[in-house]
Design a protein around this ligand. Structure first.
Ligand code: XMP
Length: 578
């Protein structure tokens, strides 16, 4: 049985809606995300609603809205950022574009008040803002409780109706007292009672697995990642080891150590498909074609496994490690699901899903909740702390080139003639990369915004030869290049873990580009990013000492001519280079 959400976050298209739900759950109160337009009647069971932020303007046609009946339901409502604006707009206030945007840290001046949302929080404090529009006039019955230099209406309240708005983001770590705002809302305003601790979910999940399976067994394609491993383990606990089987497909595109790990998982067999994948990818340089081939080959392996193990027989259901954000398809979060469905599904798997022969034990949990549960179950820390790793594996971190081409000097630095992928709006674009001569994120951001035809800016941090002497050369995905990337990736991962840097980033791709000399034909790009869900990301700076250590050690590896640092946020540069 699903728990009943005490708080529902209405997703108005912001990457932050999941962060808001997660932060409420961190307070011990179960929260779920729903589309912003969900009818009030369907939300009646919740004690409180949060309307999330979002990138739109309330005046844009088609921008997200909410059912106005929620404001008259007697439920508590907290609008955050866009959520405050849509609340003000629908209740008779005024929203207008600010004279200048306010992005990043700001200082809030909050009135001393006894209002339950603001109790104990009055005074000056650091907050995090991200808006251009602002509330120009509050709706009738509301008062202003807080302001910044740029935004006169940063916190509003109509306490008798339990309606509140915050222009800033209490859910992000940069808002110093953000957790207290959320706690006040959840406990003092909504009167929620703690009902949620992911560490205690195992018995309920195991019960659900037993129900879904009946007397059948569960089969998984495991990837070696956190989610599929925890899901697999829960099924084993629920049904006993004899009734849970997994296959790990070794595509030859995995990181160092991944396949060894799979070899040691009880109940899992390794399907060695390295030759099949590498043969199919031989000579291919186009990134989209690489992805396509990997998808197709994966389908072939799945078909082979399903047939050879008679998994379509009535005795089997399919287990998957799907987690909560992947199940939500609304507003700004829909694309996360699209990103993940990189493999066309095999007909057999489609059928299993269509007739409900599937169990997804983690479908209500966020990643950090999966980790907490995994720790409780005694799974090893090095598994649980792993960063997300893409299905197509190292293939989308190993750039290829159709041509030989020289590095070209430009007014701003040097143009590296490899094609790296970026995002513009909803579409992907391929463009050469600009290398600048300083590790300067601000300059990189300004340049990438100004220059058309460039969606990524990097800087050289160590090299065996001057940048002008390096050459891009024609090449594809060869076992030799993949081995080189695997070594560089393992080196960076080890040093980043030793330096405790891996915990400060959400993901840390290491990319191989075919730029080098005759003796050392490739270079490595370090791409550490911080992110909420991979939809947007910020390039994270690294301590100079650690960077020196990493680049020196990578440069000593065979075949590596240079080490670069990617300074690009997403958008416009994607996390992976493809
Ligand atoms: P991009 O490169 O689009 O990546 O900024 C966003 C996030 O998605 C991951 N990613 C994938 N994950 N299959 C996956 O399971 C894929 O095909 C795939 N492509 C990208 C990427 O690692 C990052 O976390």
């Amino acid at each position: 049985m699903n728990p009943h959400p005490q708080i529902v976050v209405l997703d108005a298209g912001g990457q932050y809606c999941h962060l808001e739900a997660r932060k409420v759950r961190d307070l011990g109160v179960y929260a779920e995300v729903r589309p912003s337009e969900t009818p009030a009647a369907e939300l009646a069971g919740a004690r409180g609603l949060i309307i999330s932020g979002g990138p739109s303007s309330v005046y844009e046609p088609g921008s997200p809205t909410v059912d106005p009946a929620i404001f008259a339901s007697g439920q508590a409502v907290l609008g955050i950022c866009y959520g405050q604006q849509i609340m003000a707009h629908l209740l008779g206030g005024e929203v207008r574009p600010g004279e200048k945007g306010e992005y990043g840290l700001a200082t809030l001046e909050l009135d001393e008040t006894t209002d339950p949302l603001f109790a104990g929080l009055g005074g000056r404090q650091q907050i995090w803002m991200s808006h251009r529009d602002l509330v120009g006039a509050v709706p009738p019955g509301f008062s202003v409780a807080g302001r910044t230099d740029t935004c006169a209406v940063a916190a509003i309240a109509a306490p008798a109706r339990k309606l509140y708005g915050l222009q800033f983001h209490p859910e992000v770590a940069h808002t110093a007292r953000g957790r207290e705002y959320l706690a006040n809302f959840v406990f003092r305003v909504c009167g929620c009672v703690p009902d949620w601790d992911p560490r205690h979910r195992a018995p309920a999940i195991e019960q659900e697995i037993r129900q879904a399976a009946g007397d059948r067994s569960v089969f998984f394609f495991v990837s070696g990642g956190v989610d599929s491993t925890v899901a697999f383990h829960l099924c084993t606990l629920a049904l006993g080891p004899g009734r849970v089987r997994g296959v790990y497909v070794d595509t030859g595109l995995m990181r160092d150590g991944d396949t060894d790990f799979a070899h040691h998982m009880a109940g899992v067999t390794v399907e060695d498909a390295r030759e099949q994948f590498l043969d199919a990818l031989g000579g291919v340089t186009d990134p989209e074609q690489k992805r396509h081939i990997i998808g197709e080959e994966f389908v072939r392996v799945q078909e082979r496994v399903i047939e050879s193990r008679r998994l379509m027989d009535e005795q089997w259901i399919l287990g998957q490690g799907t987690i909560y954000p992947d199940t939500i398809e609304s507003g700004g979060t829909a694309k996360a699901a699209v990103i993940k469905t990189h493999h066309n599904r095999v007909e057999g798997i489609r059928k299993l899903i269509a007739c409900g022969r599937i169990v997804e034990p983690l479908r209500l949990l966020y990643k950090d909740e999966v980790r907490a549960l995994g720790r409780e179950l005694g799974l090893p820390a090095e598994l649980l702390e792993r960063h997300p790793f893409p299905g197509p594996g190292l293939a989308i971190r190993c750039l290829c080139s159709e041509f030989d081409a020289p590095v070209r000097p430009s007014r701003e630095g040097h143009i590296i003639p490899v094609q790296s992928v970026g995002v513009q709006g909803d579409s992907r674009s391929y463009a050469p990369v600009l290398a600048i001569d300083a590790l300067d994120h601000d300059r990189a951001t300004a340049l990438v915004n100004r220059l058309s035809g460039v969606n990524r800016v990097i800087t050289l941090v160590a090299a065996r030869a001057p940048l002008e002497e390096l050459q891009v050369r024609a090449c594809s995905l060869t076992p030799e290049r993949l081995a080189r990337l695997r070594r560089a990736d393992a080196t960076v991962r080890r040093l980043s873990q030793e330096g405790d840097f891996d915990r400060q980033v959400w993901q840390f791709p290491v990319i191989l580009i075919p730029l080098g000399t005759a003796d050392a034909p490739d270079s490595v790009v370090l791409r550490p990013v911080d992110s909420v869900d991979g939809m947007t990301a910020r390039s994270v700076p690294m301590e100079p000492e650690l960077l020196r250590k990493i680049s020196a050690e990578v440069l000593r590896l065979d075949g590596i001519a240079g080490v670069f640092y990617d300074l690009t946020h997403k958008p416009p540069g994607t996390i992976e280079w493809e």
